[in-house]
Ligand binder design. Structure first.
Ligand code: DOR
Ligand code: ZN
Length: 341
């Protein structure tokens, strides 16, 4: 069955989880995000982490000097030093989200919180979570327990996530980059839990990661059954399931190291065309708008720009993704049926 569509147009596409880094690398990658997306939520795990409202505002200005017009939604990094006062001050400057990294879970997570210091469910952070709930700040969770085997890290963290959601019914929690059927079931079961899903987790399983370090990211891609759950979820039109690319560039010199290669997939240049191809294959391009924009606009209360001014058009135009880029592009040497117009 040929489900090809000639083109799709998405109003105000949003990527609600992207790593842009700093300095030269930021400059070289940020336009790739701006080409596909009107609005992005930028992760704060830069080498000099984004810890305060002031850091977030400076970072936003650094980003938009290269991409005027790009709507940047800011997040700060939750560390053991984060206080309710700091949260309140950040909210006043326009920060919308707080990112939680368990220390040691992934790239640049060294400032994160040690899970074993938190009690159950992370009760040491109660005052911070209470303040966030009052101010409507969103908790973005890297929901993995780094102390268990790789493929179990996400499912093992879910128990704490649901306990947290139960204890803080007014706190809106996002399980970032879900990779398991279990995580999707949690979203269905708790009305204050959302999730982002990446493009790469819709097309990869663990088998694709073994032997290709360009497919290695945290959380690592899981089983075929998990992938099917993510596909169903992203195309379901569910109001709490939204797109976040987790595009995470690393220069080839570091990414290609034989030992200690960093985790992260650079997908920004291909994520939107790839998504369109996946949705088209299932005849579900009618649900792209919800997944790539509407769910995010609702959750993050993103200002709606006038209709037509921010739309991106993706057309049927097969091409082969180049293999000579630095940072290396996800899906290199593979064919994509769709391209940005
Ligand atoms: O693979 C990943 N890379 N996962 C993360 O959570 C962080 C990211 C990065 O910053 O490179
Ligand atoms: Zn990330």
């Amino acid at each position: 069955m040929d489900n090809r569509v000639e083109f799709v147009e998405i109003e105000q596409p949003c990527d609600m989880h992207v790593h842009l880094r700093e300095g030269e690398l930021l400059r070289s990658v940020v336009r790739d995000s701006a080409r596909s997306f009107d609005t992005i939520l930028v992760m704060p795990n830069t080498r000099r982490p984004i810890l305060t409202g002031k850091d977030a505002e400076d970072y936003r200005l650094e980003i938009t000097q290269w991409t005027p017009g790009l709507n940047v939604v800011s997040a700060i990094y939750l560390t053991p030093e984060t206080t309710p006062d700091l949260i309140e001050a950040a909210a006043k400057t326009g920060v919308k989200a707080v990112k939680f990294y368990p220390r040691g879970a992934t790239t640049n997570s060294g400032h994160g919180v040690r899970l074993e210091t938190l009690g159950d469910p992370w009760s040491a952070l109660e005052p911070v979570f209470d303040t966030m709930a009052q101010l409507d700040l969103i908790l973005c969770l890297h929901a993995e327990d780094p102390d268990v085997p790789l493929l179990e890290r996400e499912t093992r963290a879910l128990k704490t996530v649901t306990a947290l959601a139960t204890r803080h019914p007014r706190l809106r929690i996002v399980i970032e980059h879900a990779t398991t059927r279990a995580a999707i079931e949690v979203v269905h079961g708790w009305s204050n839990i959302w999730t982002t899903i990446t493009a790469h987790h819709l097309v990869l399983t663990t088998n694709d990661v073994v032997g290709n370090h360009h497919h290695l990211c945290m959380p690592v891609a899981k089983s075929e059954d998990d992938r099917r759950a993510l596909l169903d979820a992203s195309m379901s039109g569910h109001p709490r399931i939204l797109f976040g690319s987790d595009s995470a560039p690393h220069l080839n010199a570091t990414k290609n190291r034989a030992q200690g290669a960093p985790f992260g997939i650079y997908s920004a240049p291909v994520a939107l065309p790839l998504l369109v191809g996946v949705f088209a294959a299932y005849g579900r391009t009618d649900h792209l708008q919800q997944f790539v924009s509407d769910a995010a606009r609702e959750l993050y209360d993103i200002e709606r720009r006038p209709r037509g001014t921010t739309a991106r058009r993706v057309v049927y135009k097969p091409w082969t993704v180049p293999n000579d880029q630095d940072p290396h592009w996800f899906w290199a040497d593979r064919r994509l049926d769709y391209a940005l117009a």
